[in-house]
Design a protein around this ligand. Structure first.
Ligand SMILES: NC(=O)c1ccc[n+]([C@@H]2O[C@H](COP(=O)([O-])OP(=O)(O)OC[C@H]3O[C@@H](n4cnc5c(N)ncnc54)[C@H](O)[C@@H]3O)[C@@H](O)[C@H]2O)c1
Ligand SMILES: [Zn+2]
Ligand SMILES: [Zn+2]
Length: 362
């Protein structure tokens, strides 16, 4: 058995996305079908459409979602029909070398559904980040369903499924931001503002938001930025140093994904500080002219952060709880709620900086 639902695909590199009929198989062993209630539009969806991730077109886009489990396959015990879940792209295996060494957030063999969702002609779809959630119902591995408090608004907590978690975790988990730290965040979209919010939660006392768009800087203030720098008007490295007693920040988070902004992050951190790259570069990007002596001499750590080094089962319920207590304003990330056929428009708005997150509501 299978069912036919509506979903958004990217058929070919650079072509506008389209709404079409998706065939969703019944869940097999270890799988679940989830009725999607809300799914945010993340920059990574646009990377997929532009061929920046890989060439496995057609993609079923969308991966920042919350919904209700509708059916589960054989052997599924952790979730049941009716559960309210946030979908995750890190269903850890428990058996790979990372899991066995007690660092499951690096898991190298995460679970996805084994069966494929398809077009009506049988063409197999590549689901974005192993999820694919711009669709009325989606098939995932049951481990990709993380139960959270059903009192939460789907459009808000769904964002924990990618961007907000990636940014918040980049600060708190990867960057190890703690009370009294100075933190700079370069690029304040949904991911960067997640980092700003995480730094604020962790007790950073100086939080410098850097963006080229004044509207983004205004939003970043709302999430806890103590200072803002418009990188179009001011050299961000100079500005960050000035705001940190001439030294640079303890932790600098790059949430754009470009060589020039990574290089700014590198020089804007204090000696022995930490740089966290959370923005996703494209394959042709290189960091030119970086003296190896500076890498050595400035010390500290140069890290990258995939999904904020999160563990969904630990972090999603925790952050949902902080949200429901009013300590993490996830609603403020939701700039607008849109319909399934407005994803292409939402990419345009993202490109022009009009939104933090457009969220498709079903
Ligand atoms: N590592 C992960 O696990 C992970 C997860 C989700 C998204 N991402 C990546 O994070 C990045 C940000 O995602 P997003 O959804 O927030 O995108 P976004 O487009 O909403 O935000 C990017 C921000 O960077 C700003 N910007 C652009 N050029 C700049 C410059 N030169 N200096 C300062 N700011 C500049 C833009 O104005 C915008 O506010 C993307 O590359 C995305 O693919 C990574
Ligand atoms: Zn593993
Ligand atoms: Zn994403």
């Amino acid at each position: 058995m299978s069912q036919e639902v509506r979903g958004v695909i990217a058929r070919a590199k650079g072509a506008p996305v389209e709404v079409t009929t998706i065939v969703v198989p019944d869940p097999g062993p270890g799988e679940a079908v989830v009725r999607v209630q809300a799914c945010g539009v993340c920059h990574t969806d646009l990377h997929y459409r532009e061929g920046g991730i890989n060439d496995d077109f057609p993609f079923l886009l969308g991966h920042e979602a919350a919904g209700i489990v509708e059916q589960v396959g054989a052997g599924v015990t952790d979730v049941a029909p009716g559960d309210f879940v946030v979908l995750n792209w890190r269903a850890v295996c428990g058996n790979c070398r990372a899991c066995k060494r007690g660092k499951p957030w690096y898991c190298f063999a995460t679970h996805n559904a084994k069966q494929k969702m398809t077009l009506t002609d049988g063409t197999e779809l590549s689901p974005a980040l192993g999820i694919g959630a711009f669709v009325e119902k989606t098939l995932v591995h049951a481990g990709q369903c993380t139960k959270v408090d059903p009192a939460a608004r789907p459009a808000a907590v769904g964002l924990l499924g990618c961007g907000v978690m990636a940014g918040l975790g980049a600060a708190v988990n990867t960057g190890g931001v703690t009370r009294g730290d100075s933190v700079a965040v370069i690029g304040c979209g949904g991911v960067g503002d997640g980092a700003v919010a995480g730094a604020a939660l962790a007790g950073a006392t100086t939080i410098i938001a850097v963006d080229t768009d004044p509207r983004k800087l205004e939003w970043a203030r709302g999430f806890g930025a103590t200072h803002t720098v418009n990188a179009r008007e001011t050299d961000p490295v100079e500005a960050i140093r000035e705001l940190t007693g001439g030294h640079g920040a303890d932790v600098v988070i790059e949430a754009v994904g470009r060589p020039e902004t990574w290089k700014q992050a590198f020089y804007a951190r204090d000696l022995a500080g930490t740089v966290v790259l959370v923005g996703v570069p494209t394959p042709e990007m290189k960091v030119p002219d970086l003296p190896l002596l500076d890498v050595f001499g400035r010390g500290g750590a140069l890290k990258s952060s995939w999904y904020g080094d999160c563990l969904p089962d630990r972090d999603f319920p925790l952050l949902t709880s902080l949200y429901l207590q009013g300590r993490l304003d996830l609603d403020a990330f939701v700039t607008e709620e849109i319909a399934l056929d407005q994803v292409e428009d939402a990419f345009g708005k993202m490109h022009h900086g009009d939104v933090l997150r457009s969220v498709v509501i079903f």
